[in-house]
Each structure stands twice: as C-alpha cells, then as structure tokens.
Design a protein around this ligand. Structure first.
Ligand SMILES: Cc1cc2nc3c(=O)[nH]c(=O)nc-3n(C[C@H](O)[C@H](O)[C@H](O)COP(=O)(O)OP(=O)(O)OC[C@H]3O[C@@H](n4cnc5c(N)ncnc54)[C@H](O)[C@@H]3O)c2cc1C
Length: 337
C-alpha cells in the first residue's frame, strides 16, 4: 500500500479536523479508523463558537447550517509499530503500510501513543459520577420538561453536595432522549470508604451500578420538577447507567522529546485527557487538528518536536482548567455550571 503525505490514525474530531484542514491546503492525506461505520452514541457535546467557526470555511457552510447539521462519534485500537523514523502501521487483518508522517488521533486509549511513548497513568479525581439516559415520548417531554427545557438543552440542580444535570441528547418527532448525570465529591469518614467511589475499578465495572446509588437517590427526597421525574430510584433501575471515573491525563514534560525521537504527531485525547465532566476535549481536539494542519503546511512533516513543544503549555493549561471546572461545578459556594 502506498502511503499518502500524512497518514492519520483515527477519524474522530481531531483526525477529521486535521484531514479537512490539510485538504484545504492541498496536502494529501488518508485517515484510517477501525470503526466500520459512523458510531452513534447519543450524547451531545458542547462546542464553543470559537472552536467551530474556523471549520465553517473548510466545510463551506454558514453558521446556521452547521448548527442544524452537527452530530457526535468514537471507538478502540490495534498496535502501531515504529521503526527507523518510518512508521510501519499494521492493521488487524495483516494489511499495513509505511509512512514518514504519522498523526495519532485515535482517542483516549490511543494505540499510536502507547506504541510510541512511555505509559502515562491518568489521575482519578475524588468525585462520584453516574450517567444515564432515558427515552421519553414527545408528549411527556412537553408536559414534564417543556417549561424548563424549552430554551435550554441542559439544566442543573444542586441538592446539598450533589449535582444533578439533565441534557437533551437527541430528539425526533416521536421521542426525546434525555441524558442525565448524578455527581458529587467523594465522602470518606475515617476508615469508612465511600461505597460509590471505586477509582481502581476495571473498565467493564462502568456498567455495574452499586445498590448504594439507588439508596442515595431515594434519600434526596422530593426534588423540584423535572429533576424528580428523572432522579427517581425505581425509574433509574430501568435505565442504562454508566459509572464514570473522572480522570485526567496531563502531557508529560518529556512528551516532546519522545515524539522528537520518533517523529510522530499526536493530538486530541491521545495527547491529553480531560475529565468527562468539566472537560472540553472536543473543543481542544478540533483546535489541535486545525493547528497541526497549519503547522505541517508551514514547517513540513519532519517537525513533530516543534509542534508538541509549541503546544505543551496550552495542553497543560487545558487539562488543569478542566479539572478546576470539575471542582467549581461541585462547589456550592463557588462558580456553578
Ligand atoms: C459522554 C461524553 C460527553 C462529552 N461531552 C463533551 C462536551 O460537552 N464538550 C467537549 O468539548 N468534549 C466533550 N467530550 C469529550 C470529547 O468527545 C472528546 O474529547 C473528543 O471526542 C476527542 O476527540 P479525538 O479526536 O481526540 O478522539 P475520538 O473522538 O475518541 O476519536 C478517536 C477515533 O480513533 C479511532 N481509533 C481508535 N483506535 C484506533 C486504531 N488503533 N486504529 C484506527 N482507528 C482508531 C476511533 O474509532 C475513533 O473514531 C465528551 C465525551 C463523552 C464520552
């Protein structure tokens, strides 16, 4: 297989923004993704206008059309092996190619990053978070949620230390899919551990809901509507709940050096990780993609160290600010989101 100028692993937000920007500059590229089609996860992401506006020209779309048409994607990985400053990329079914310019845009569990850099452990923050979704018929939505959510896609209620969030994730003429998140800081008293905080749980544990959650939801008592309808223990038992660990991963100081030695670009969640709550990973992923295309157009493909050096401070700041936002969201005396 003959490799194009830039070989991108991962067609998520960073990979697509990179591909689109490279194309607009006349630089050839190919994007590889292990997902066979466009996955649909039914979760909404908040994009800042400052993030998506630079995309409008590339997409040849006006702002109103972009806002009407946007949606969200993601997935998993296979090994990428580096050799002699040329990257040998191997796929599951034995296919592979060599490339001088490799861009790792393959998300939080990045195979590119794992194969090229030392492993960096994520920090798990002392918060409890459960995310659920519920499909409600449109007439019920209008009756129960209509007033509070007519103008807002997200509403938040604080109950003591707990933060309750409801968002509109998807909408058709027949039903509305609502996403919701119950979160709070962890509680520990002496040797008594918080039954809802299990920072060392394995990934499949995300699908297990500790019974203590339902007790805690019941103990919230009568909540104002529409929170009372969503955060109702019996109804939640029928929903698909995910136990989120709120993790972050700062790029390491020797990141640039490792990449300089290997000559690869790594951007988006593969390079830096912000917590799911308070993080703005999608915004950073798009910005990274656009900035990397700009960098390659100006400085060529053999400049991976220069790129990650130029990004290092802003990536650290981005992760730190995301973690601070997570804390602020749960600080009743501080800023609330
Ligand atoms: C529930 C939820 C809500 C969120 N809300 C927000 C929000 O409101 N605002 C915000 O800014 N961010 C939000 N985020 C974070 C945001 O979605 C991510 O930060 C962003 O998608 C990262 O983009 P990326 O391109 O780095 O990686 P991804 O979007 O994860 O894309 C990685 C791609 O690489 C592919 N891939 C993986 N491994 C391989 C491999 N070995 N070979 C080939 N392809 C591979 C995957 O299939 C995938 O398509 C949210 C995330 C979640 C889960």
């Amino acid at each position: 297989m003959i490799a194009p100028a830039v070989s991108t692993i991962g067609a998520g937000l960073s990979g697509l923004a990179l591909g689109l920007s490279l194309k607009s500059k006349g630089i050839s590229g190919k994007i590889y993704d292990l997902a066979p089609g466009i996955p649909r996860f039914n979760y909404g992401i908040t994009l800042h206008a400052s993030t998506y506006r630079p995309l409008l020209g590339l997409l040849k779309m006006d702002e109103a059309t972009f806002r009407k048409e946007t949606a969200v994607d993601g997935a998993r990985g296979e090994p990428v092996i580096w050799k002699d400053r040329t990257h040998l990329v191997k796929f599951e079914r034995g296919l592979g190619f060599k490339t001088r310019c490799l861009a790792g845009c393959d998300g939080i569990n990045s195979s590119v990053s794992r194969s090229l850099m030392h492993k960096v452990d994520a920090d798990v923050h002392p918060f409890v978070a459960f995310s659920g979704r519920r499909r409600v018929p449109t007439d019920v939505f209008v009756k129960v949620f209509g007033q509070s959510m007519a103008e807002n896609v997200m509403i938040v209620h604080h109950n003591g230390a707990a933060r309750l969030e409801i968002t509109i994730s998807d909408m058709t003429s027949e039903y509305v899919i609502l996403g919701y998140i119950y979160s709070r800081q962890t509680r520990s008293q002496g040797s008594t551990k918080d039954p809802l905080h299990t920072p060392l749980r394995p990934s499949p544990g995300a699908k297990l809901t500790p019974p203590a959650l339902y007790d805690e939801i019941e103990a919230l008592g009568n909540l104002p509507q529409p929170f009372n309808t969503i955060f109702h223990a019996e109804s939640m038992r029928n929903d698909r709940l995910l136990h989120w660990l709120l993790r972050s991963r700062r790029p390491q100081i020797d990141h640039s050096k490792q990449l300089a030695d290997r000559g690869a670009f790594i951007i988006g969640d593969a390079a830096h990780g912000a917590p799911l709550l308070g993080g703005e990973g999608a915004n950073m992923a798009i910005t990274d993609g656009i900035d990397l295309a700009e960098h390659i157009a100006k400085r060529g493909v053999d400049t991976a160290a220069g790129f990650s050096n130029s990004k290092y401070e802003s990536w650290i700041k981005f992760v730190d600010e995301s973690v601070q936002r997570l804390r602020d969201m749960h600080n009743p005396g501080g800023r609330r989101h």
